[in-house]
Design a protein around this ligand. Structure first.
Ligand code: GAL
Length: 704
C-alpha cells in the first residue's frame, strides 16, 4: 500500500524564481484591453505610466476572443497590446487564456461541464464552467496554452506566465462521471488494491465494502452521511487533479520559455478551502495570491494579516506576489464597501509588510459591462480625475520608495500550524458539533497573537519548526504520526507548544487514535480525555480562574503517558446561559448537575526544555488573549515593538546582509509615537528617536 504524502519533505522546492525582467516591485493589475476601443487602450498606457505600473496580467478570460472559432486564431489585439506594453516598458504576466472556455467549445462538447454532488450541471454563461477531469477539455485547454506560448515566447513584454485563473475557485469539486473515473484512478494509485482502500476507509461499517475500484463513486448526494474517508480522499483527489492540470500547462510553458517563471494565482485566505496550497507550492516558480477583505468584518485588517502570513508560509518565507486585491469596492459581497484612500494604502502596504514584493489589483480599468462592472479598479468609471486613480498613483510612488525592501524577509519566532487536510477533516459531517469552523478557530488564535504584537509564521505541520520559540496548534484534528512527533520534538527542544481542543484526534485516514483523546498528542500534553462534552448554543462555561468559554468542553484527566502528567492551570467551574438568564442550560437538564465541575480546562506539561499547553475548550477572546500572552512570556517572545499599543501593527523585514525595515500600520483612531531611528522611506524623512504615525497611516523605517 503506498500512502503518497503531498508534503514529501520539509525542505522547500528548488524551483523558486522571481520574474526578474521587471525592475522594482511589480505593480499593476489585471488588464482586459479586449473590452475597450482603441482610444481607451491608448489612454491606458498613458495612465499606467503615470501611476508607475510595471506589470499587468493580460488575457485571463480571453479564449473566445483569441480563438473565436475552433482552430481560428485572432491574435491582433493581443499582439498590439503586448507591443504597446513593451514599448512603454511595462511587462506582462501573460495568461493561458483558459479560465473560461469559449461557447463554441461547450456547445460542441457539453460533457466538459462540471457537476455538483447532486448532479446539477454547472452551465456556461458565467466562467470556469469546465471539468479538469474531462479529457476533451484538457486537450483543448492544452492546445490553447501551446498556441499562446508559441506566439509570445520571445516577446519582450513577457515576464511571467499566469496559468488559468484561481484554479478551482468555482469548480474545485466536480462530481461528474469523468471526475468519478479520475477519482478511481487516483484511488488505485494511492491504495493499490481494493482491500487496502477498504481498510483505510473503514468500510466494514454500513456494508460499504468494495470488491473493486469500479464500484467507487465520488461522495455524491446520498441518503445519509457519506463515508468520511471517502469525502476526505475526494478533497485530496480534487486538489491533486487541479494541480495535475496546472502541471501539464506549466510543462508546455516551460518547454517554450525555460527562462520565464510560471505561476497561478492562489487564494490563500480563510475562505478558500479546496486547494492544498502547501502541496501546490512545490510546483510554482513564485507564489502569487489574491486577497479580498470582507466589508462586514470590522477585523478585516487582521484577516488580511493572517492571509498574508499564510501566503508567506506557503512560500516558505520567500517574497511572494499579491496578484489581486481591490482598490475599493468589490461586487460579490452582499453590501460592498468603498475603501478610503488610506485603507487602500494600508491594505497594500500591509501585504508588503508581510512579505509581498508585488502589489497588483483586480483590475486596471473598471468594466462598463458584465457581472463585475461594480467592482472597483485602478481607473474607475469616473475616470482618472478621482481619488481612486490618485491613490493608485500614490501607491506607485510608495512602491518605488520601498524598492530597498525588495528581497528582504519577515522575522518571526512564532509558528501557527495550518493544514488543509486538518481543515477538510475537522469540518466533515457527523461530528461532536457541527458548529466548529476550522478557519474561525485558527483566526481566533491568530487574533490573540496579532493583538499581542508578535509576528506569526503560518506554516504546515511538516515544515521545519526548529527556529520557533512558540508553536500554536489550533484544531489540528487530523495529524500524521511523524508530524505529531516533530511537534513534540519542538517542545523537547525548548518551544512552548499550545494545542487546542479537537487536535490530534485522527490519523490521515480519519481513523481515531485510540486510548483516549487527543491520541497523537496525549504523551506530549500529559493528559487523557475520556469524552468530549460539546455545548449547546447559548451555553457558556465559567472557569475557576475567571475565564469564559463556549462551544466545547471535555472530560480531561492529567495522566502520565510517558512524558509526565500535566499540571492544571484552570478548571471548569460552572455551566450557565451566556445571556445571564436563570434558564437551566439544556446540557444540564433535568438535574442541573454539571459533571465537568472541577475537571481540567487548561493544562501545562513540562516537556524537555519546553512545555506543552492544552486548552480543552474554546476560550472567549479576553481569556484566550491572556493565555496566549502567558505562553509568549514563557517562550520569551516580546512584541516586535514594546511601545506599540494594541491595534498598531508592527512587522520587521530584514535582508540577510542586515538592513532592516520596520513597518508600522496604525489601525487605531489615535496617532501613535514609537521609538525608531533611521529613514522613513515613504516620506523620505529622517527619524531620530521618535516616529509618529497618524491614525490610519503607514510608515516604513529603514533602521539604523
Ligand atoms: C477574483 C478573480 C478575478 C475577479 C475578482 C473580483 O476571484 O480572480 O477575476 O473576479 O475575483 O473580486
Amino acid at each position: 500500500m503506498s500512502h503518497r504524502s503531498p508534503h514529501p519533505t520539509s525542505s522547500p522546492s528548488s524551483n523558486w524564481r522571481w520574474p526578474s525582467r521587471i525592475s522594482g516591485l511589480p505593480y499593476g493589475g489585471d488588464y482586459n484591453p479586449e473590452q475597450w476601443p482603441e482610444a481607451t487602450r491608448e489612454e491606458d498606457i498613458e495612465l499606467m505610466t503615470g501611476a508607475g505600473v510595471n506589470l499587468v496580467s493580460v488575457g485571463i478570460f480571453s479564449w473566445a476572443m483569441l480563438e473565436p472559432r475552433e482552430g481560428e486564431y485572432d491574435w491582433g489585439w493581443l499582439d498590439e497590446t503586448m507591443d504597446r506594453l513593451a514599448a512603454a516598458g511595462i511587462s506582462a504576466a501573460l495568461a493561458t487564456a483558459t479560465a473560461s472556455p469559449p461557447p463554441w467549445l461547450t456547445h460542441r462538447y457539453p460533457e466538459i461541464l462540471p457537476q455538483t454532488a447532486d448532479g446539477t450541471v454547472l452551465w456556461p454563461g458565467a466562467r470556469q464552467a469546465y471539468s479538469v477531469a474531462n479529457p476533451v477539455f484538457r486537450e483543448y485547454a492544452l492546445r490553447m496554452t501551446r498556441a499562446v506560448a508559441q506566439r509570445y515566447a520571445d516577446h519582450p513584454a513577457l515576464a511571467l506566465w499566469h496559468v488559468d485563473n484561481e484554479l478551482g475557485c468555482h469548480n474545485g469539486h466536480d462530481y461528474s462521471d469523468d471526475a468519478a473515473a479520475a477519482f478511481r484512478t487516483w484511488l488505485a494509485r494511492r491504495y493499490g488494491t481494493a482491500e487496502a482502500l477498504n481498510a483505510a476507509w473503514g468500510t466494514a461499517f454500513w456494508s460499504q465494502r468494495y470488491s473493486s475500484f469500479e464500484e467507487i463513486l465520488p461522495p455524491r448526494t446520498a441518503p445519509m452521511f457519506v463515508n468520511p474517508t471517502q469525502q476526505l480522499d475526494f478533497h485530496r483527489y480534487s486538489s491533486d487533479e487541479l494541480l495535475d492540470y496546472y502541471r501539464q500547462m506549466k510543462n508546455i510553458l516551460r518547454e517554450a520559455t525555460p527562462q520565464i517563471p510560471v505561476t497561478t494565482n492562489f487564494m490563500c485566505t480563510t475562505r478558500s478551502k479546496n486547494m492544498d496550497y502547501f502541496a501546490w507550492a512545490e510546483e510554482m516558480d513564485v507564489i502569487a495570491t489574491d486577497h479580498y477583505t470582507v466589508a462586514e468584518d470590522p477585523d478585516r485588517h487582521i484577516e488580511l494579516a493572517f492571509s498574508a502570513d499564510l501566503t508567506r508560509g506557503v512560500a516558505r518565507g520567500r517574497p511572494w506576489m499579491l496578484m489581486e486585491h481591490s482598490t475599493s469596492a468589490v461586487n460579490w459581497q452582499p453590501r460592498n464597501h468603498t475603501k478610503s484612500p488610506a485603507e487602500m494604502l494600508r491594505d497594500s502596504l500591509g501585504h508588503v509588510a508581510r512579505g509581498a514584493d508585488a502589489v497588483m489589483f483586480f483590475q486596471w480599468r473598471q468594466s462598463a459591462s458584465g457581472a463585475e462592472k461594480y467592482h472597483s479598479a485602478m481607473v474607475p468609471h469616473a475616470g482618472p480625475d478621482t481619488d481612486v486613480y490618485r491613490t493608485a498613483v500614490r501607491l506607485g510612488e510608495a512602491l518605488r520608495q520601498l524598492r530597498p525592501v525588495q528581497g528582504s524577509q519577515v522575522q518571526s519566532e512564532v509558528a501557527l500550524l495550518f493544514d488543509y487536510e486538518a481543515w477538510w477533516g475537522a469540518e466533515l459531517d457527523s461530528h461532536p458539533t457541527n458548529e466548529l469552523s476550522y478557519p474561525e478557530e485558527v483566526l481566533h488564535f491568530y487574533r490573540s497573537l496579532w493583538k499581542a504584537g508578535v509576528t506569526t509564521d503560518v506554516v504546515h505541520p511538516s515544515h521545519d519548526l526548529s527556529g520557533y520559540r512558540a508553536v500554536i496548534v489550533p484544531v489540528l484534528y487530523l495529524v500524521r504520526q511523524k508530524d505529531a512527533e516533530r511537534i513534540a520534538q519542538a517542545a523537547e527542544n525548548g518551544a512552548q507548544v499550545l494545542v487546542s481542543f479537537f487536535s490530534g484526534i485522527v490519523d490521515e485516514n480519519d481513523a481515531v487514535h485510540l486510548g483516549g483523546y487527543p491520541g497523537a498528542f496525549r504523551r506530549m500534553l500529559g493528559i487523557r480525555t475520556e469524552e468530549f462534552w460539546p455545548l449547546q448554543r447559548g451555553e457558556q462555561l465559567l472557569l475557576d480562574d475567571g475565564g469564559r468559554a463556549d462551544l466545547w468542553s471535555e472530560k480531561v484527566h492529567c495522566a502520565d503517558s510517558g512524558a509526565g502528567a500535566a499540571e492544571v492551570l484552570a478548571r471548569f467551574a460552572e455551566l450557565r446561559m451566556a445571556d445571564g438568564s436563570s434558564q437551566m442550560p439544556p446540557s444540564l437538564a433535568p438535574t442541573g448537575q454539571f459533571p465537568l465541575e472541577g475537571s481540567p480546562a487548561i493544562t501545562r506539561n513540562t516537556v524537555g526544555k519546553g512545555a506543552a499547553w492544552y486548552a480543552a475548550t474554546r476560550l472567549d477572546e479576553p481569556s484566550l488573549d491572556a493565555l496566549v500572552r502567558q505562553v509568549l512570556i514563557e517562550a520569551g517572545v516580546p512584541p516586535v515593538h514594546q511601545d506599540a499599543p494594541e491595534g498598531v501593527d508592527v512587522v520587521r523585514r530584514r535582508h540577510p546582509d542586515g538592513a532592516s525595515y520596520l513597518f508600522v500600520l496604525n489601525h487605531t483612531p489615535q496617532p501613535v509615537t514609537l521609538k525608531a531611528s533611521g529613514s522613513e522611506l515613504l516620506s523620505g524623512t529622517r527619524v531620530t528617536g521618535r516616529l509618529e504615525v497618524a491614525s490610519g497611516e503607514v510608515a516604513v523605517v529603514e533602521e539604523r
